[in-house]
Design a protein around this ligand. Sequence first.
Ligand code: NAD
Ligand code: DAU
Length: 332
Amino acid sequence: MRLLVTGGAGFIGSNFVRHMLRRGDCRARVLDALTYAGNLDNVADVSSDPGFEFVRGDVCDPEAVRQAIRDTDVVVHFAAETHNDRSIHGPGGAAATNVMGTLNLLEAAREADLDRFIFISTDEVYGEALGPPKTETDRLQPRGPYSASKAGADLMCQAYHVTYGLPVIIHRATNNYGPYQYPEKLIPLFCYRALRGESLPVYGDGMQVRDWLHVGDNCRAIELLIERGEPGEIYNVPGDNERPNLDVIRLMLDELGKPESLISFVEDRPGHDVRYSLNGGKIELLGWDADVEWEDGMRRTVRWYAEHREWLEASVKRGEDFLKQWYAKRGW
Ligand code: NAD
Ligand code: DAU
């Protein structure tokens, strides 16, 4: 299987490339612009694999995308501006990469002879889930610039299936956790700060709920969709593991042996979605289930960050300008 993996130097993309190369029957070409969130260190351990190829390029550049998609069977499109806070601070980046970058890729895909085009969307396209877990036929009601840009791309992918017959499959997962996540997201950022004995800026009352999915379980879900997903269909991928933020933070502090006095309640994220929740019945019918037990997966993840202090420090440095500005009001 010849894969083109956009955003393969980021968090989920690098875990996915590693997962697929381990099979021994795949080639993975990574197309990544190496923004602050992308890092070749994330794929250093597979860089000498004969099936691995890295191309530095921007999904917004039509020529780079046309070149990268040659001789590909399956596209897995992860590349995106992925942080809600950054998209609130300045929505232009999310709109450009997530909407126009996806459009570029879809256009190039029309000329390629693909078996599958997997679009990595998000549970956020449904908006906050105040009632029952969302199913794939529920309305899209994104509430922030990041989720609106992902919903725009998600709909464009659906349109390319209907209009041009592109074999698109849409994947919508909940919050991933695991190694190599950029330390602007809750778990790695708070590990970084707790390890340094710095305060942890909890938005609002910290009772917002996320459904945590181990990145390894998510990689298996994407692999399954490549093999058994139906073109034109949408699949939710939940962790079945809903937790208020404060519970996640307390477990992290416990694993690090750090005091809860580090918790500091700060001004909330504007438009903060209080809960995400997905119904995973459809992908379960294909034979997928989340496997990693939460407390074990979370403790292993926290230990990984504690053992990769240099990776954390170097990563934070690449995005420090934004972090300083954003948290200026929030006790950074
Ligand atoms: P990430 O921010 O860790 O990685 C994004 C990668 O995309 C980086 O390597 C970056 O360099 C690359 N990139 C950004 N802009 C680019 C451009 N213009 N051209 C080429 N490459 C570019 O993101 P992640 O958390 O791994 O998320 C991957 C995908 O999964 C995204 O599409 C995101 O919306 C989706 N998603 C993430 C989660 C989560 O919890 N992390 C949950 C659901 C869906
Ligand atoms: O649900 C899927 C989405 O999960 C993905 O589509 C996004 O790409 C990914 O970033 C993630 O979005 P969230 O906004 O849920 O993730 P984040 O780690 O930024 O925040 C998780 C929760 O923690 C959320 O309720 C906000 C809160 N939080 C986060 C930060 C960074 C804080 O309280 N303080 C913080 O400093």
